[in-house]
Ligand binder design. Structure first.
Ligand code: NAD
Length: 237
């Protein structure tokens, strides 16, 4: 049996799949990841992206933060690829219970997924720091300099920056989903960002699948490892 056939059989037999993913899931939609050869972290800026995407930088250099954010984090024309679509289909069929994602692009929801746990927030939610008024991502894209609310306050994207903590409710729900999962598929993530990557230790089953272009720290522990493009792989199921 090939690895793909094995995966197909496990998916067919399962009614409680949980998917845990990262930036690699959206690469085939044209959004670069962070750590690949051509990823965001390899590109040259005055500061490294980890610095620009930190809470301190956001507070002290907001203009530069928003220039980088608009150029490198907002891909509002991107469309879901076959990976997003297959996961949404499995949820509809009652096979998949949740998508837990480190991505902030909203593409799982665009594909039709309902139970999406966004560990690092979403570019699609933006709030005024002063009055709480909500703004769409297009408002941030189309504004210049620091995006301002009608009340004069600064608008902050609801994305988790370095030095900021993750939403406790999202973490608790993710842990519960992973603990209860029959099959856990990890895909498109280097598993380098904590605490998000640490959540998969809560999986107790014997169908841990890793689908990633490059090796990950969980490959040794996994019951099935497929190296390749996740959209191409899930698209064949
Ligand atoms: P990462 O950049 O550290 O790792 C991406 C992984 O995906 C790599 O291991 C790479 O081998 C793999 N990959 C790339 N293309 C792939 C493909 N087509 N199919 C399968 N695997 C592929 O990303 P990460 O682990 O998610 O952590 C980075 C952080 O970056 C996260 O916190 C996330 O919030 C943020 N991020 C989000 C987006 C987005 O929302 N789309 C984009 C870039 C970064």
């Amino acid at each position: 049996m090939t690895k793909l056939e094995q995966l197909k059989q496990w998916v067919m037999q399962s009614d409680n799949i949980v998917f845990f993913g990262g930036a690699g899931v959206s690469c085939e939609s044209g959004i670069p990841d962070f750590r690949s050869e051509d990823g965001l972290y390899r590109q040259q800026y005055r500061y490294p992206p980890e610095t620009i995407l930190s809470h301190r930088f956001y507070l002290h250099h907001p203009e530069e933060f928003f220039t980088f954010y608009r150029n490198k984090m907002l891909y509002l024309d991107a469309k879901p690829n076959p990976a997003h679509q297959k996961l949404a289909q499995w949820e509809k069929e009652g096979k998949l219970k949740a998508v837990i994602t480190q991505n902030i692009d909203g593409l799982h929801q665009a594909a039709g997924s309902k139970e999406v746990l966004e560990l690092h927030g979403s570019v699609h939610r933006n709030y005024c720091g002063k009055c709480g008024k909500e703004y769409p991502a297009s408002y941030i894209r189309d504004s210049q300099g620091i995006p301002r609310c009608s009340c004069g306050g600064r608008i902050k994207p609801d994305v988790v920056l370095y030095e900021e903590s993750l939403d406790e409710d999202v973490i608790a729900r993710s842990v519960m989903r992973i603990q209860e999962a029959q099959m856990l598929i990890i895909g498109g993530t280097s598993l380098a960002v904590y605490p998000a990557a640490g959540l998969i230790r809560f999986y107790q089953g014997n169908r841990l699948v890793v689908i990633n272009r490059d090796p990950t720290p969980q490959d040794d522990r996994a019951d099935l490892v497929i190296h390749g493009k996740i959209g191409e792989i899930l698209g064949q199921l």
